[in-house]
Design a binder for this molecule. Structure first.
Ligand SMILES: [Zn+2]
Length: 349
């Protein structure tokens, strides 16, 4: 039957010829070839900008009931187009990708949004109660696909904000042992024999966020045993001073020193270490928690608030280092001005 139908088709009416089927007349023109090339290029671009999301997933994102800037932020995160340090390195804008907040890992998109120790408590303390370490995904796109398909993305915008509305919600363990503390000091005093005194301070520029952290260790004779400075970015003087203390504890711990008095002229910082139930200032929270953890293993470490007058040495080192007025060899060969401050401290005890 089919064969008969096929045989009915007239043949031989015209000879075979080449047909350009992209044109409705079947004729090749440069214009039609150009339009074809353009449309194929467009399709290729569309594929490359999909970046793992289907068109339906993109539509879902653009319809989220969140402020437009949040949608744009998500779009940029999915395209890995946020100015994370590793992206800035790729573009030759900065030399080093180290995270300016924690200084322990390179700042990739995932570090910036989830894994930085400064970010983890925000997610965990939010209404989502998200523990970034349990994500189990390798990239933001993967996380977003899982998260958006779980139906919780309407809370994406609101969840981290709830942390700010509930400052009393603490992720600390209130039963955690407190670091030992001593009474405050109005001037510098020598530590007891066998114990080192570590004065810490930070100099912070609110305009640039640049901070220099300083630490100086002295023995029971008032002699300077060691000193060190570090540079970092910070959000506030408190964060910088907390970072200075954190770095100093690590430094002292690595030297195998078990008896040390750490002095700071930041009352909030020292009070935060003294009172484990006190709500912690958010920008220093992670570091303070780390310090508390460290001190569980070091019962010989104590923390003292000292008035500025008693912390002049560390203050001078931090400030003059940040402003470029302190020679780099200060810890080995103190310049005259620092020598005078050190001698004044000894004389005042
Ligand atoms: Zn970090």
């Amino acid at each position: 039957m089919e064969r008969q139908e096929i045989l009915k088709i007239p043949t031989g009416l015209c000879s075979d010829s080449l047909i350009w089927h992209y044109d409705k007349n079947g004729e090749f023109t440069v214009k039609s070839a150009y339009l074809l090339a353009c449309s194929r290029q467009h399709e290729t671009n569309m594929d490359s900008t999909n970046m793992g999301l289907s068109s339906g997933e993109w539509k879902h994102l653009w319809k989220l009931k969140v402020p437009p800037n949040v949608r744009v932020f998500l779009w940029r995160a999915i395209l890995n187009a946020l100015p994370s340090m590793d992206n800035l390195v790729k573009r030759g804008i900065v030399q080093e990708a180290l995270c300016p907040l924690c200084q322990v890992a390179d700042e990739s998109l995932m570090h910036l949004l989830f894994y930085c120790p400064h970010v983890e408590p925000i997610w965990f303390g939010s209404a989502l109660g998200l523990d970034p370490r349990q994500l189990g995904v390798g990239c933001f796109v993967e996380w977003w696909k899982n998260f958006s398909s779980s139906g919780s993305c309407s809370s994406f915008w609101y969840a981290p904000r709830t942390l700010a509305l509930k400052p009393e919600r603490s992720i600390d363990n209130p039963s955690r042992p407190r670091p030992t503390t001593q009474q405050s000091q109005s001037s510098w005093s020598k530590p007891p024999h066998g114990t080192l005194k570590i004065n810490v301070d930070a100099s912070f520029s609110p305009n640039t966020g640049f901070a220099t952290l300083a630490m100086v260790g002295r023995d029971s004779n008032g002699a300077m045993c060691f000193g060190k400075t570090w540079n970092c970015m910070a959000l506030s003087p408190l964060m910088a001073e907390t970072a200075a203390l954190f770095k100093a504890i690590h430094f002292v711990e690595n030297r195998g020193i078990h008896q040390a008095i750490f002095e700071s002229d930041n009352q909030v910082l020292i009070s935060s270490l003294q009172q484990s139930l006190r709500p912690l200032p958010w920008e220093a929270k992670t570091l303070i928690m780390h310090i508390r953890h460290l001190c569980v293993c070091h019962p010989g470490y104590s923390f003292v608030f000292v008035h500025r007058n008693g912390n002049r040495v560390a203050d001078w080192i931090a400030h003059s280092s940040r402003t470029g007025q302190c020679p780099s060899y200060w810890a080995h060969r103190p310049p005259n001005i620092l020598l005078k401050l050190l001698l004044d401290d000894v004389a005042s005890t």
